[in-house]
Ligand binder design. Structure first.
Ligand SMILES: Cc1ncc(COP(=O)(O)O)c(C=O)c1O
Length: 334
């Protein structure tokens, strides 16, 4: 079964030779003292930041859990739907969490969010942008309006940019109440090595580092990540290859089925589908060797989501969709 249900990277960023060289050099018999700082420096250089503006963890998952622990007292607020782990981690640490409910088409109105912030007065508001599960990227002015509102009520705004490498880059002006969360699990292709990053002002990062472990990341992960960010051209072209796969995935769905299934325009490495026929297609694809994301939650039961695969696998997927389409059209004629 080819897994396209978790928005992972179908490609590895490094060759076997590069990996062998890196692992041979990795001094994993020692605690990683300097490596964490070297990673932050390399990451900061790549993104034009200062290392003091960064803290990292075992995937953004761990960082979300940390935020649930370290943010000031009060409820968290998020979108419904959004990345499920926000509520899962809030539940783990008894952080109350409230939601802004989506419109029927899964979009969110700015006014609804702002009103909900007034009602809930959250200690922090967290949302993914581009948004999981729709793939929609909200504009900078949308984000800035939320940021200003959160500032006005004395709360933090956390933007989870897990998929931003597939969308349109923007420059949000960092203030102490704003945090950007990134992951190396998607476009950077190292989900299994678990590396997530929080970016903020020095003061806010220091606050989060109060609960940092002495060695937040393991040596192998750090060596690989340092290599990637110290070889910026190689890494940039890897990201470009991922973006191409994302475009190809979007095009397949647009060209083959968008006249009969609602396809959400996506700024990510996945595509969300909805419609009478979306489930039938999802099940057909699943019966033909690919595992898409089908949802248990009642609110999402009409939807099926697909993430990128390799170029050849996407060709196979396109064939499967074409075959399903022939059968579907025949069944409608009958
Ligand atoms: C919006 C969003 N944030 C965070 C994550 C988790 O990323 P990580 O692998 O860094 O824990 C995901 C994974 O699917 C995601 O969709």
């Amino acid at each position: 079964m080819i897994r396209i249900n978790k928005n992972e990277s179908p490609l590895r960023p490094l060759s076997n030779e590069q990996l062998a060289e890196i692992i041979q050099q990795a001094t994993f018999n020692f605690y990683p003292d300097d490596e964490y700082n070297r990673f932050k420096q390399a990451y900061a250089n790549y993104f034009n930041l200062k290392p003091t503006q960064i803290t990292a963890g075992n995937g953004s998952d761990e960082l979300i859990q940390k935020l649930m622990l370290i943010m000031p007292e009060g409820p968290a607020l998020t979108l419904n739907p959004d990345f499920f782990m926000y509520q899962a981690y809030a539940g783990q640490v008894d952080r109350p969490i409230e939601f802004v409910d989506a419109e029927d088409d899964l979009t969110f109105k700015l006014d609804t969010i702002l009103n909900r912030i007034d009602e809930v007065r959250p200690s922090f508001f967290i949302m993914s942008n581009p948004h999981n599960p729709t793939g929609h990227q909200y504009t900078l002015s949308f984000l800035n309006t939320i940021a200003d509102k959160m500032k006005a009520i004395g709360g933090y705004f956390v933007i989870d940019e897990a998929y931003l490498d597939f969308g349109e880059a923007y420059d949000i002006e960092l203030e102490s109440h704003i945090l950007q969360m990134r992951t190396l699990s998607k476009a950077f292709g190292i989900a299994g090595l678990r590396l997530g990053v929080l970016i903020g002002t020095e003061e806010t990062i220091k606050r989060i580092q109060r609960i940092e472990h002495p060695y937040p990341l393991n040596t192998i992960t750090l060596y690989i990540a340092i290599y990637m960010f110290e070889h910026s051209e190689m890494t940039a072209s890897f990201i470009e290859a991922q973006r191409k796969l994302a475009l190809k995935l979007r095009d397949i769905f647009k060209n083959e089925v968008s006249d009969i299934i609602k396809i959400y325009p996506s700024a990510t490495n996945f595509v969300l589908t909805k419609g009478e026929a979306a489930h039938s297609l999802g099940e057909y694809i699943q019966a033909h060797g690919f595992l898409p994301r089908l949802y248990d939650e009642p609110k999402m039961s009409d939807y099926v989501r697909y993430s990128i695969a390799t170029n050849e696998q996407l060709d196979q997927l396109a064939e499967i969709i074409k075959n399903w389409r022939i059968q579907y059209d025949l069944s409608k004629k009958a």
